[in-house]
Design a protein around this ligand. Structure first.
Ligand code: MTE
Length: 308
């Protein structure tokens, strides 16, 4: 098994294939499965890309990796592409704590060796005032949370980004209250459309997009997708989130994509597709960014104007 390190394989597709090979061996029942979690079904092994992938045209790699929001590196859209290259992303670990039976420091290499956390390709829409379709590589956040085993009272997950001002120059300013924080209700976090991304376009995640581990919640505005995650804390109370702390009137906890609820300073009814030139025609934004069928039931009975 020593040849199966996450770090020593490129390109990324090869790595995915090799991990599936290991999973296939595990199903075959050979001794190679020793030490790996059991119960991988052959259906799961074939499930790349994810069933949630859209057929819509992908945004070019160049646009995805040069038009970013990552305030740890500045507020300009090209600041992260210029400055994030120096961030050390290996080794990396994530603390999972709070209301879980298995708290601890989870090493990312170990997380990615676990075949029950099978990575898939997720071609997902992302929306802010602009929109993109990104072919992420990632795995279900819910599978990792299940490994930490939440206790019955846990209702929310709080996420935190790395705080390392020596490598993240924006953290020396008071632009935001650091570290960057986000949160989800536990049922949102456990939904199979909520992923932790480790790559895009078949390669490891570029630093400007949140390497080595970043949240993707495609039915919420892009700012929920916290980058460079180092901590997840299961809580009973709704956790504070960076943009809500910064400007509560403009950014609520839920931040579900909703073309009917305007941001106080702009309409959210339409979006500008990125990578097609600045004058590309705007598109109407869809409720839950087009994922209503999958996620609307999470909000049954809730007033989404109040809970924005
Ligand atoms: N995560 C951290 N740690 N810091 C940030 O400034 N910006 C958010 C989100 N995650 C941000 C972050 C915002 S506002 C958006 S729109 C998305 O990242 C942008 O992701 P992208 O650059 O990969 O498109």
């Amino acid at each position: 098994m020593t040849d199966l390190k996450y770090s020593d394989v490129t390109p990324r597709e090869d790595f995915l294939n090799r991990r599936r090979f290991v999973a296939a061996m595990a199903v075959g029942g050979g001794s190679i499965a020793a030490g790996l979690a059991p119960s991988i079904s052959s259906a799961a092994i074939d499930a790349v890309p994810s069933i949630y992938s859209t057929d819509e045209e992908l945004t070019p790699l160049e646009a995805i990796t040069t038009y970013n929001n990552y305030y740890e590196f500045g507020t300009g859209k090209d600041d992260a592409a210029k400055r994030a290259g120096g961030l050390t992303t290996k080794p990396w670990s994530v603390v999972i704590d709070g209301m879980v039976n298995n708290p601890g420091t989870y090493d990312l290499e170990d997380i990615l060796k676990d075949v029950t956390l099978e990575e898939r390709i997720y071609r997902l829409r992302c929306v802010e005032a602009w929109s993109m379709v990104v072919p992420w590589i990632g795995f279900e956040l819910g599978t990792l949370i299940a490994r930490a085993d939440p206790t019955p009272g846990a209702r929310y997950v709080a996420f935190e980004t790395l705080f390392r001002p020596e490598e993240m120059p924006g953290q020396s300013s008071r632009l935001l209250e650091w570290p960057y924080r986000e949160g989800l209700r536990l049922d949102e976090a456990m939904h199979p459309l909520t992923i932790l991304a480790t790559g895009l376009y078949g390669e490891e995640l570029p630093n400007q997009n949140g390497a080595p581990l970043r949240l993707v919640v495609p039915w919420k505005y892009g700012f929920k997708s916290i980058k460079a995650i180092v901590r997840m804390t299961l809580t009973e109370e709704e956790p504070p989130t960076t943009w809500n702390m910064q400007s509560p009137r403009e950014y609520g906890f839920y931040s579900n994509v909703n073309p009917e609820v305007h941001h106080p300073r702009w309409s959210q009814a339409s979006e500008r597709p990125v990578g097609k030139g600045f004058f590309a025609k705007r598109k109407p934004t869809l409720m839950f960014n087009g994922y209503a069928e999958e996620v609307a039931s999470l909000y049954d009975g809730m007033d989404l104007r109040q809970n924005y």
